[in-house]
Design a protein around this ligand. Structure first.
Ligand code: SAH
Ligand code: SF4
Ligand code: F3S
Length: 475
């Protein structure tokens, strides 16, 4: 098969010939080949996987959630902490016996972890049954790379740092109600602990036109909860031909007609403006929840982390948002055990957590990442000490979380019903505008609809309630 087939659909413009060529490989097969996808890491990776799945579908693949019956297994990997990488290596190791049983099985590894040369080298050396490896810059070349892996008779590695995720990639979304929408790629911030800028490259904003078109399509398709994604959405717009900032983009997306709500992630505190806060306050489509990672409550550590704000700046921001956005809630990421973190620094983090009263925290043990400045710093903290601090922090937050949830009892929240609650065929689950999980009894016909729910009881990670009659403003 060497003939180049010209594209027939505009959606295939991103890789016209190879997509059709891969599809042609399956001609005559009674059933489509099956792909099994597994995604590690953050929502950006989840969004990327939805595009990889879209490309696979365009290339003729069907999907399975059982690796044993797959013709292609793809892991979209994460490099943010060592633990994430170890899981990938472990899970790739477990594929060896599948490949031995079925040598025609194609094993594909991609994403952030693969963009690191030492990782790709380890795969090349120690995992000879992996067929195709590509990094984050090669998304748009996936059909081409897959074609080469299927027909070339040798392993294919593409770790080039050239290339952006192209517009117009097909997409196969997991959900029908909630959707992820990437508004930008990469990161320019170089927090001293973080590998993301190295593996995802420089920040690049999509145009407002492309974003509005995608958002409009989602709303028309019935999506009710759209999350705009970027490593730092607050710096959206850098480098665009027409000036535009994140608050402006939010206003434009929120102005689209339809019954939906809008979220965004992640906000870097250094770029969170009053204009953004006022935009959230002024729209009933934009959720009153801000994920605003603080990382540490100690100014000394924040400086070493290269975060460009102080504890005082951060608390002032929280205060402004609380004054302007009724019922606003915050979540955050915290790193414990950053190099040189003393007991005093750690206590500053605990006191900040108590002061802010987050709804939820995502807390991580500092993990040295090869190539980042923090990994080379003196004063690395012992694992046992880091774990002890994490446990202490989790205890503090748990008490706060329960208190926050108990304060909701008696309040009526606007909830988007998303599906059945875990292990139940009677209770539905959904989220409030503040992103609190709310479980309530209800008819499945409510799934995909907004409804008021009065909270009756607080749990650890969720609240329970009963549907109410009245209509409520966002909270
Ligand atoms: N761009 C986002 C999130 C990036 S990664 C942001 O700036 O908030 C998600 C979280 O992982 C980070 O917020 C941080 O808390 C954590 N993280 C990143 N690198 C880490 C490392 N080396 N060790 C431990 N946690 C890390
Ligand atoms: Fe990493 Fe900082 Fe960029 Fe977030 S903003 S991805 S923590 S470098
Ligand atoms: Fe991981 Fe890459 Fe996201 S390193 S956290 S998947 S940007």
């Amino acid at each position: 098969m060497s003939e180049i087939i010209t594209p027939t659909a505009p959606a295939l413009l991103w890789a016209p010939d190879r997509t059709e060529m891969v599809r042609a490989l399956w001609e005559g097969r009674p059933t489509p080949p099956l792909a099994y996808l597994r995604t590690y890491g953050c929502q950006q990776n989840v969004a990327d996987s939805e595009h990889l799945a879209g490309m696979l579908a365009a290339m003729g693949y069907g999907f399975t959630d059982r690796p044993e019956e797959a013709d292609l297994i793809l892991f979209n990997t994460c490099a943010v902490r060592e633990h994430a990488e170890e899981r990938v290596f472990g899970n790739v190791g477990a594929l060896k016996h599948l490949k031995r049983r079925r040598p025609e099985l194609l094993i594909v590894l991609c994403g952030c972890m693969m963009q690191q040369s030492q990782v790709a080298e380890r795969i090349r050396r120690s995992y000879p049954y992996v067929d195709l490896v590509f990094g984050t810059h090669a998304m748009g070349r996936f059909p081409e790379l897959l074609y080469r892996a299927l027909t070339g008779g040798e392993r294919v590695f593409d770790l080039s740092e050239e290339g952006e995720a192209p517009e117009g990639l097909p997409v196969r979304r997991e959900g029908k109600i909630k959707a992820w929408l990437s508004i930008m790629h990469g990161c320019d911030n170089f927090c001293s602990y973080c590998i993301v800028p190295y593996v995802r490259g420089r920040e690049h904003s999509r145009t407002p036109e492309a974003i509005l078109e995608e958002a409009g399509g989602l709303i028309a398709a019935g999506y009710r909860d759209i999350t705009l994604l970027g490593q730092n959405v607050n710096s959206y717009g850098k480098g665009l031909a027409e000036p535009m900032n994140f608050a402006g983009l939010l206003r434009q997306v929120a102005a689209l007609p339809g019954d939906f709500r809008l979220r965004f992630m992640t906000s870097h505190p250094k770029d969170c403006t009053e204009e953004l806060i006022e935009t959230i306050a002024g729209s009933d489509k934009i959720c009153s929840h801000i994920h605003l990672p603080v990382q540490s409550g100690s100014d000394r550590i924040l400086r070493k982390m290269n975060r460009h704000y102080t504890r005082e700046d951060y608390l002032r921001l929280i205060d402004t948002a609380r004054r302007k956005i009724p019922g606003v809630s915050f979540t955050s990421d915290i790193i414990v055990g950053f190099p040189t973190e003393t007991r005093e620094d750690f206590e500053a983090t605990l006191s900040l957590i108590r002061e802010v009263e987050y709804d939820a925290l995502f807390s991580f043990i500092y993990s040295p990442r090869t190539g980042t400045p923090a990994a080379r710093m003196e004063g690395q903290i012992l694992e046992a000490e880091k774990s002890a601090r994490l446990r202490e922090l989790l205890d503090v937050q748990q008490a706060i979380g329960i208190r926050r949830y108990e304060a909701l009892v008696g309040q009526t929240l606007r909830v988007l019903a998303e599906g059945y609650a875990k292990d139940s065929d009677r209770m539905l689950t959904g989220r409030s505008d503040a992103n609190t999980i709310v479980n309530f009894p209800g008819d499945p016909s409510l799934i995909g609809r907004f409804l008021p729910v009065t909270v009756t009881r607080a749990r650890n990670w969720a609240v329970e309630g009963v549907p109410a009659e009245e209509n409520v403003p966002k909270l």
